[in-house]
Design a binder for this molecule. Structure first.
Ligand SMILES: Cc1cc2nc3c(=O)[nH]c(=O)nc-3n(C[C@H](O)[C@H](O)[C@H](O)COP(=O)(O)O)c2cc1C
Ligand SMILES: C=C(O[C@@H]1CC(C(=O)O)=C[C@@H](OP(=O)(O)O)[C@H]1O)C(=O)O
Length: 348
């Protein structure tokens, strides 16, 4: 399967087209909208979230709520568009450190960095969450479930302390990042492959995770800690009791680029939001003078929203691998192939 998104943060709408979905998949629009709502939640978001109320419109690929094998088009309106359309908006010429502003403007030879931020913005993740919701609907047919848990905000693990930490950062004109854990239950042994670099499941998941705005690192299972331990305390010993099993899951469900049947566990590290109300030093691209970076409005933190986005990108990767392994023309074909495979695995 593949998908593309299109649309700018203050443009009319966001669009996604998914190609390669099996036919006869029930598209539960309420479920997609609920996922969009979850993405808009979380303490520390800025003024924009009180303007938007994301709802998906399906423009193609479905009849009577079932996919027909054709590309699925998803459309989400930007309500803020009404406040921007036709307005003479000032140029952005003081690039924000940590955002795409300066590098994007140089690369595309744009004199107004608003043309960069419009597409770099994580508003685009609304489209990706709608795509991920469709992936989750597919995965439900195979008992696969993708969950997230926010582990840290601003370096603090105690969630009781998050609201006051976020308020403090907000009052000081500053921002916060955090750590998110994704767990994927029900993945059968055998997704991904050891045989080629671009088929390894850990690499594929990492690509999706790292493509999310502001994510700067990903670790799988025991992750970076494993580099500091001995092999005997890292690798998950193998046992047999009518079936193969492990007592530990330090590998996070993936060995040799292949799912091993244990839950897939990964953690993503999100940097603090780049737009600061108390801006960092920058340079005016016209005068080349030292200035403070641009500020209009911003989230103080968006770790909870990013968790929902990460669920979506991981669901997509797993759904894509499921269609590769079990066929993607009709859901029934896929289920039959899956059941046959599970029987074969049980006998191994
Ligand atoms: C859900 C979410 C909301 C975000 N909100 C903001 C924001 O309000 N202001 C901002 O400057 N960056 C925000 N970001 C981060 C920027 O989009 C991101 O840092 C920027 O596109 C540069 O990409 P990079 O950090 O991956 O290098 C947000 C990211 C996510 C995932
Ligand atoms: C719009 C969303 O997130 C936006 C992501 C974002 C950025 O720079 O990434 C900047 C902010 O947008 P604005 O400049 O309009 O306030 C966030 O609100 C959203 O999550 O739907």
């Amino acid at each position: 399967m593949r998908y593309l998104t299109s649309g700018e943060t203050h443009g009319e709408a966001l669009v996604a087209i998914i190609e390669g979905l099996p036919s006869n998949l029930f598209i539960d629009v309420d479920f997609i909208n609920n996922e969009l709502k979850r993405r808009q939640s979380g303490y520390g978001r800025g003024g924009r979230m009180s303007i938007e109320s994301d709802v998906v419109h399906i423009l193609g690929g479905v009849r009577n709520n079932l996919t027909i094998g054709a590309p699925l088009s998803l459309f989400i309106r930007n309500l803020d568009y009404e406040n921007w359309k036709g307005k003479d908006v000032p140029r952005v010429k003081r690039p924000r450190p940590g955002h795409a502003d300066l590098s994007g403007a140089i690369k595309y030879d744009l004199k107004d960095m608003r043309d960069v931020l419009e597409r770099a913005s994580a508003r685009e993740t609304a489209a990706r969450v709608s795509v991920g919701a469709v992936a989750k609907l597919l995965l439900k047919n195979f008992g696969i479930d993708v969950k997230s848990d926010v582990l840290e905000i601003g370096g603090e693990r105690d969630r009781e302390k998050w609201p006051s930490l976020i308020d403090e950062a907000k009052n000081e004109g500053d921002t916060l990042g955090g750590v998110i854990e994704i767990t994927i239950d029900g993945v059968p042994v055998g997704l991904g492959s050891h045989v080629q670099w671009d088929r390894k499941l850990d690499a594929l998941l990492s690509y999706g995770v790292m493509s999310v705005q502001a994510i700067k690192g990903v670790e799988i299972g025991m992750g970076f800690m494993a580099a500091r331990q001995r092999g005997s305390s890292v690798h998950d010993e193998i046992f047999y009791d009518g079936h193969f099993y492990r007592k530990t899951n330090n590998a996070g469900g993936i060995e040799g680029g292949i799912s091993n049947g244990m839950p897939i566990v990964l953690r993503a590290y999100m940097k603090p939001i780049p737009t600061l109300r108390k801006p960092l030093t920058s340079v005016d691209i016209d005068s080349k003078e030292e200035v403070k970076a641009a500020y209009e409005r911003s989230d103080v933190t968006a770790v909870e929203a990013a968790a929902v986005v990460l669920e979506a990108v991981c669901a997509w990767t797993i759904a894509d691998e499921m269609t590769k392994k079990f066929g993607g023309d009709s859901l029934q074909d896929m289920v039959e192939n899956f059941n046959m495979y599970i029987k074969r695995v049980e006998k191994y």
